[in-house]
Design a protein around this ligand. Structure first.
Ligand SMILES: NC(=O)c1ccc[n+]([C@@H]2O[C@H](COP(=O)([O-])OP(=O)(O)OC[C@H]3O[C@@H](n4cnc5c(N)ncnc54)[C@H](OP(=O)(O)O)[C@@H]3O)[C@@H](O)[C@H]2O)c1
Length: 280
């Protein structure tokens, strides 16, 4: 597995541990994982020997690592495209049986910017490889310490007013459901090709922000603004705030809403549909 130190990676690690499945994880620095895998390989997607050590003797690779958010376009290309290419080569050399790439619904909308473009390029590399592979396109993921949560809290800590994006509702996917889908894709031979996954509830950005504020006991006014008003503000924040709560590309993708799940997703991946589950 790559990306085990990240938000989704932590949930996958927790699930693998709970099911007592053996795991080898690629980490850039030793000792940063919240739970111990069976084996830690210190390396990088740009370091082929570490990827050979990662893949050696493995049945499946779950590739979560990516450059997202405020990373530069060059970094996104290096990590998301070239990193995936290097990992695929290592997986082929090691005779890995299944390769799972975690992608984003943004990859289905290639015109929003470098994140969606590089994720789509990575998808093509995986689908065109000789390995038996599955690509999971996730919408925004929800759960404690999600980007959604930290973005809303980041604004709420600086302002009495939380401006949010209007536009189409989102269908956030609970991070534990996303982790279950990653594991199912790594284990089920019928899971092949590209799957889009959507969460169980359609919620506006304002509803999501209010849930986050309520869970953290914060009282703030949430104001829904039309996307055309939000983009210039976000562009300004991107320039003055090193890691803004949302990028223009992410705002554009969010405003477009969440596409529905692929018809085969539930059957092939057994993704649980849990109406009424907490959105945050
Ligand atoms: N979060 C979401 O809402 C969301 C929605 C849709 C799709 N996704 C996809 O889900 C996956 C995981 O996202 P996340 O939210 O968990 O991201 P994250 O928290 O930012 O984690 C990114 C992970 O990638 C690793 N990484 C980055 N560059 C690397 C490199 N050069 N070599 C090795 N590892 C590297 C990071 O390692 P360090 O800890 O060392 O930096 C970290 O473990 C990504 O592919 C993302 O595109 C996420």
């Amino acid at each position: 597995m790559t990306g085990a130190t990240g938000f989704l990676g932590h949930a996958v690690l927790r699930l693998l541990r709970a099911r007592q499945l053996p795991l080898r994880a690629l980490v850039r620095r030793s000792g940063e994982l919240s739970l111990e895998p069976d084996e830690e390989v210190v390396g990088d997607l740009a370091d082929p020997p570490s990827l050979d050590r990662l893949c050696q003797g493995s049945n499946s690779v779950i590739h979560l690592a990516a450059a997202l958010g405020a990373a530069s376009p060059a970094r996104m290309h290096a990590v998301n495209v070239e990193g995936t290419r290097t990992l695929l080569s290592a997986a082929c050399r090691a005779g890995v049986e299944r390769f799972v790439l975690i992608s984003s619904v943004a990859a289905g909308r290639p015109h929003h910017g470098p994140y969606s473009r590089t994720k789509r390029q990575a998808e093509r590399l995986v689908i065109d490889s000789p390995l038996c592979s599955a690509v999971l396109r996730f919408p925004v993921l929800s759960g404690p310490q999600s980007q959604l949560e930290s973005g809303v809290l980041g604004v709420a800590r600086r302002s009495p007013l939380v401006p949010v994006l209007g536009g189409a509702p989102l269908r956030p996917l609970p991070v534990d459901d996303a982790a279950a889908a990653c594991l199912a894709a790594a284990q089920r031979s019928q899971a092949a090709g590209i799957y889009t996954l959507a969460g169980p509830q359609a919620l506006s950005f304002a509803q999501l922000a209010r849930c986050v504020l309520q869970e953290h006991g914060l009282s703030r006014a949430v104001v829904s603004l039309p996307p055309t008003m939000i983009y210039p503000v976000v562009a300004l924040l991107e320039r003055i705030w090193g890691a803004p709560p949302i990028t223009v590309e992410a705002a554009r993708a969010a405003a477009a809403g969440t596409p529905p799940s692929s018809p085969r997703a539930e059957q092939d991946l057994g993704v649980p549909f849990r109406p009424g589950v907490s959105a945050v």
